[in-house]
Design a protein around this ligand. Structure first.
Ligand code: SF4
Ligand code: SF4
Length: 110
């Protein structure tokens, strides 16, 4: 008989990178190596024009893509207005606007 302790042990939320299919991520990284320098600071999201008008969160989406979690990423990237403001604020000098287009191109057929 199961004992009710009044709490459950939560499933770990750690990301198992070995379990994810990283093939598209590798292709993106090969074409834009500077993306590896992203420190997930969120400046791109804080300055994002589309993020002010919609639920678009650029850092969240590109972080998921780096983890090999592509579901919904293409649709989310479609909210980007390609204004380029995020590129001006990135402390790592990543071509974030180009990254949006690259991710969309790579995920197009997925
Ligand atoms: S601003 Fe640059 S370094 Fe910061 S989360 Fe965005 S892409 Fe990464
Ligand atoms: S280019 Fe896209 S992601 Fe970057 S600030 Fe403009 S709308 Fe946001």
């Amino acid at each position: 008989m199961a004992i009710n302790w009044g709490f459950n042990i939560a499933r770990p939320r750690a990301v198992d990178m070995d379990a994810n299919d990283l093939s598209i991520t590798r292709r993106i990284m090969a074409q834009m190596p500077e993306f590896q320098a992203c420190i997930a600071c969120g400046s791109c999201t804080a300055t994002c024009t589309a993020g002010n008008l919609t639920s678009f969160n650029f850092r969240r989406v590109h972080t998921l893509v780096r983890r090999g979690e592509y579901e919904g990423a293409y649709e989310e990237m479609g909210k980007c207005m390609l204004c380029g403001k995020c590129r001006l604020s990135c402390p790592r000098g990543i071509n974030t606007r180009g990254l949006v287009m690259l991710i969309k191109r790579e995920l197009e057929d997925k």
